[in-house]
Design a protein around this ligand. Structure first.
Ligand code: HPA
Length: 273
């Protein structure tokens, strides 16, 4: 299996220490990796089964090191289903992170806001998701050694980690909205009619990532936390939407999300065995 080959490769790296936390950096958030100390960097093209991101704002390297004293494995850039990969391929990096020792997966992503009061530059803690394409990375034969065939996702975004994030936000004085993320396939942004419909079915933010990663992670026993950086109001709520804006606002939000993650990682370090 590719994820095992990648995990073996990662374990063989000089200076490797097992990571406890996996972190995936979304669009425009790659520079957060500067918070990682004493890092080892590996390009995705050295890791079997990993796909080189084709989207600007996604770097395509794995970074091992420490953040607030916690050993982490950071994926600087992700692959999206709209890039044309088979959905099962998106499981490889997540399962590799689990195989090398991670217990927790922190997902970050850019998202459009469906709520007027949740503004560009704000952060949203994902409490739950809607899988709009209805696609799962878990289709196909199930490996019972990894996780169950029929997965309970009633608590996909771990309640304890969410509580840590809330406490952290309060401690460092960052406003952390909470809401439901709706996954759209992309790569086109949504129509205003879609956004109006999504509001009716309970979505607060819209994006093109995290859901396949979250499902894979829960399946293999990783606890998941997800934070969206609001980069725009969704289609129809502002004049138009662009990837350039996603990257620019994502970059501007880096100091805020860094402040939150600095303290969050510390809290995780104190609470993870
Ligand atoms: N829609 C989908 N994905 C996004 C958006 C959006 O408005 N903003 C950032 N990622």
């Amino acid at each position: 299996m590719d994820y095992q080959k990648s995990a073996d490769y990662i374990r063989s790296l000089a200076g490797y220490t097992p990571p406890k936390v996996g972190l995936i950096l979304g669009s425009g958030l790659g520079a957060l990796a500067e918070s990682i100390s004493s890092s080892i960097k590996v390009s995705y093209n050295e890791l079997p089964g990993f796909s080189e991101p084709t989207v600007s704002g996604h770097d395509g390297q794995l970074i091992l090191g420490t953040w607030s004293g916690v050993n982490i494995a950071c994926l600087q850039g992700r692959s999206h289903l709209y890039e044309g990969h088979h959905i099962q391929r998106l499981t490889v990096p997540i399962r590799a992170l689990k195989s090398v020792g991670c217990k927790v997966l922190v997902l970050t992503c850019a998202a459009g806001s469906l709520r007027e009061e949740m503004r560009p530059g704000d952060l949203m803690l994902v409490t739950d998701h809607i899988n709009w394409p209805g696609l799962s990375p878990l289709i196909g034969p199930n490996d019972d050694g990894i996780g169950p065939r029929f997965l309970d996702v009633s608590h996909a975004y771990d309640p304890t980690l969410r509580e840590f994030a809330r406490q952290t936000a309060e401690n460092v004085g960052v406003i952390l909205h909470e809401g439901v993320y709706i996954w759209c396939l992309g790569p086109n942004f949504e129509t205003p009619a879609e956004i109006r419909a999504f509001r009716q079915i309970g979505a607060d933010a819209v994006g093109m990532s995290i859901v396949p990663e979250c499902l894979t992670a829960v399946h293999c026993g990783l606890k998941v936390l997800a934070i969206s950086v609001v980069t725009n109001l969704a289609a129809g709520l502002q004049s138009d939407v662009s990837h350039a804006e996603t990257l620019a606002i994502g970059k501007e939000a880096i100091p805020k999300i860094k402040l939150l993650l600095d303290r969050f990682m510390q809290l995780l370090g104190e609470n993870l065995q």
